[in-house]
Design a protein around this ligand. Structure first.
Ligand SMILES: Cc1ncc(COP(=O)(O)O)c(C=O)c1O
Length: 409
C-alpha cells in the first residue's frame, strides 16, 4: 500500500534521527562507543532498586500497577515543588506536571504553542530530540550560535531585531543552559540575565531544559533561568534520567498553573498518565534522600571518565583538532580542522569499532560537517583509552593526506 497521499502535511517534518538510527549499530558489545548520551548502566543502584521495588509492590502495588492522575503522582509533584523551591524557583505542586521523561515536555510545549510556520529559536548546535520535537509541529526553527559561554545573546538580539521587522517574533526559545547537549558548555550568568531581558522586550517564552545540571564535577553552580524569572515566562524541564534511570521515564515540567492545565489536557490525549510504577519508585528514592546520595556517588565516577577522555584527547589527537572542556554532564564537542569531514572520519572509525556522533545532525541547516559529539558517560576507562588512541591514529593519517593534497594543489 502507498501511504504517501494519506499522511498529514506535518509528516514531512517527521524524520528518522540519524543519531538514533546510529545507536543500533553501537549496541554491539565490542564497539568502543562514545555515541550515546546515556548514563552508565554500571552505575545503576541495582540492589537498592530491588529493595525499594519489593517494598513498593508489597505496600502500594494496587496503585503502582494502576492508571494515575494525568498531572502525575501527587506526592511526587509535591516533592518536586519543594526541590524546585529549594533550588531558588519557588513553586507549588500545581505548577508541576510529571512527564514521560523531559522529552515529552518538549513535545507538549510545541503542541501547545506552535502553529505551522511559527518561529522557535534554538541553539546551534542543539539537542537533536528538542530540534525534532519542535520541527514535528512545523515550526520555523531559527538557530542562534553558541560559544563557550552558551548562546550568543548579541547575535540573538540582532536576530530578534530582524524578526521584528519581518513581523515574525518567536513563540519561544529552547535551550539547555547547563552542560549542553551536544557541546557540554554552560551559559554564563550574565547571558542568562540578558536572555531574560530580551524575552521580556520581545515577549516570548523560554523553554529551559536542565537534565544535566546536577552532574557538576567542578566550578560553581549557576542559578537557573527559572530562578530569575518573575513573570512565569520560563517553562522548566527536569528529569530523573541522568541522575537515576532513564528507563523509568520520569521527568517534570514547571510552569504557571494556567499552562499546566492546558499541557495536562494535551498530555492526557497522548498517554493518559505517566508510568505509575516509575513515578512511585522515583518518589521513594528521592523523598528518602537516596537520590542525593546516589548523585554524590556518581560525580567522582563520571569525573574520572571525563578527565580520562580529555587526557587521551590531549595525548592522541593531532594539533589542529579542538575540543570543549565541560565542567559537568556527559559531552565533549570536538572540532576537526576546517574542510575535514567528521562523517568520513566516523566511517573509518567504525571499521575499527570506534563510534562517536558526527555533528551535522545537531545543526538546523546541515552545517557543522567538521564537528562531532563525544560522550564519556558510558564507555569503560579501557574503552576510552583504546578508542581515543585509535581515533588519534585515524586523524593523523587523515590530516597527513589533507596536507599532501594542499601542497600539491
Ligand atoms: C538535553 C536533553 N534533554 C532531554 C533529554 C531527554 O531526557 P528524558 O529521558 O528525560 O526524556 C536528553 C536525553 O539525552 C537530553 O540530552
Amino acid at each position: 500500500m502507498k501511504f504517501e497521499q494519506l499522511y498529514a502535511d506535518r509528516a514531512r517534518c517527521m524524520k528518522t534521527s540519524a543519531v538514533r538510527e546510529f545507536f543500533k549499530l553501537t549496541e554491539q558489545p565490542d564497539v568502543m562507543s562514545f555515541a550515546g548520551g546515556f548514563p552508565s548502566a554500571d552505575f545503576f543502584p541495582m540492589d537498592k532498586v530491588n529493595e525499594v521495588l519489593s517494598a513498593l509492590i508489597a505496600e502500594e502495588g494496587r496503585f503502582a500497577l494502576q492508571y494515575g492522575a494525568t498531572e502525575g503522582y501527587g506526592k511526587l509533584r509535591g516533592y518536586i515543588a519543594e526541590k524546585m523551591t529549594k533550588e531558588g524557583a519557588p513553586c507549588t505542586a500545581e505548577q508541576i506536571l510529571i512527564t514521560n521523561g523531559s522529552q515529552q515536555g518538549m513535545d507538549l510545549v510545541s503542541k501547545l504553542f506552535v502553529n505551522t510556520g511559527d518561529v522557535v529559536l534554538v541553539e546551534e548546535p542543539g539537542y537533536v530530540g528538542g530540534l525534532g520535537a519542535i520541527y514535528n509541529y512545523e515550526a520555523d526553527r531559527v538557530p542562534i550560535p553558541l560559544d563557550d559561554d552558551g548562546i550568543r545573546t548579541d547575535l540573538l538580539a540582532a536576530c530578534l531585531r530582524k524578526l521584528k521587522l519581518e513581523n515574525r517574533l518567536p513563540k519561544f526559545i529552547y535551550l539547555v543552559p547547563n552542560f549542553q547537549n551536544p557541546t557540554g558548555v554552560c551559559m554564563s550568568l550574565e547571558r542568562r540575565r540578558e536572555l531574560l531581558a530580551l524575552a521580556r522586550q520581545y515577549n516570548f517564552l523560554i523553554l529551559e531544559d536542565n537534565p544535566y545540571g546536577e552532574l557538576r564535577y567542578e566550578g560553581e553552580a549557576i542559578p537557573s533561568i527559572k530562578s530569575m524569572d518573575t513573570e512565569g515566562r520560563v517553562i522548566y524541564l527536569g528529569s530523573f534520567s541522568k541522575t537515576f534511570s532513564p528507563g523509568i521515564r520520569v521527568g517534570w515540567l514547571m510552569a504557571e498553573p494556567e499552562i499546566i492545565a492546558k499541557l495536562s489536557s494535551a498530555k492526557g490525549s497522548t498517554d493518559l498518565c505517566s508510568n505509575s510504577l516509575g513515578q512511585r519508585l522515583a518518589y521513594r528514592f528521592a523523598a528518602s534522600g537516596y537520590i542525593e546520595k546516589h548523585v554524590a556517588s556518581l560525580l567522582p565516577r563520571y569525573q574520572e571518565r571525563r578527565d580520562l577522555m580529555l587526557d587521551c584527547m590531549e595525548k592522541y589527537f593531532p594539533p589542529g583538532v579542538k575540543w570543549t572542556r565541560p565542567q559537568g554532564g556527559f559531552f565533549i564537542w570536538v572540532t576537526f580542522p576546517h574542510g575535514m569531514s567528521a562523517h568520513e572520519i566516523l566511517l573509518k572509525a567504525i571499521e575499527q569499532k570506534v563510534a562517536f556522533v558526527d555533528g551535522a545532525g545537531f545543526f538546523v541547516n546541515d552545517n557543522g560537517r567538521n564537528t562531532a559529539r563525544f560522550s564519556f558517560s558510558e564507555a569503560s576507562p579501557d574503552k576510552i583509552r583504546k578508542g581515543i588512541a585509535i581515533l588519534g591514529e585515524i586523524l593523523e593519517a587523515e590530516m597527513a593526506v589533507a596536507c599532501k593534497k594542499e601542497k600539491t594543489a
